[in-house]
Design a binder for this molecule. Sequence first.
Ligand code: HEC
Length: 151
Amino acid sequence: MGEDIGNREELLAIVDRVVKIIRVVFIVVLLYPFAFYVASKIDFEKEKIIEKVVEIPIVENGIDVESGLIVDQHYELVKGTCSACHSINLVTQNSATREGWKDLIVWMQKTQKLWDLGDDEVLILDYLEKNYAPKEQGRRAPLKDIEWYEL
Ligand code: HEC
């Protein structure tokens, strides 16, 4: 009889330990994916925020707020190319015909170390001609055949 009770207690102790182990394993198995899920979610959100800051330009009324350029096809090319040496304001504050812009580029190439724009030149001129054409005929006709001075 005494031995029986001892065995029972031993058995109960073992069962108790097994249950405890199962409980721990269960919690660990359940918590790990949850912890990873939470961690990955936090990282994911962070990446999203950074993406937003880096990739989406702020545009107000069709104007790229950062540069002041009119948002249109190839404006990012113009933004990148034409702000390398001077403020992009020089572009946004000017207007000219396609020929005028072409002359300006040639002038900068001759005197200001502007590089050969290659295939980009046509795209840049397309953009400038369309968006920075001479303003409506005002008090005076737009300047033509501008002669660029040597600095
Ligand atoms: C390699 C450098 C460089 C790059 C790139 C460059 N420019 Fe210039 N640009 C100059 C310099 C230097 C001046 C004279 C700066 C000044 O007057 O303060 C100038 C002046 C100008 C001016 C003013 C001209 C004037 O009437 O005085 C305009 C407009 C202009 N650039 C437009 C552009 C455009 C459009 C592009 C892109 C296709 C461009 N620039 C890219 C160097 C550059």
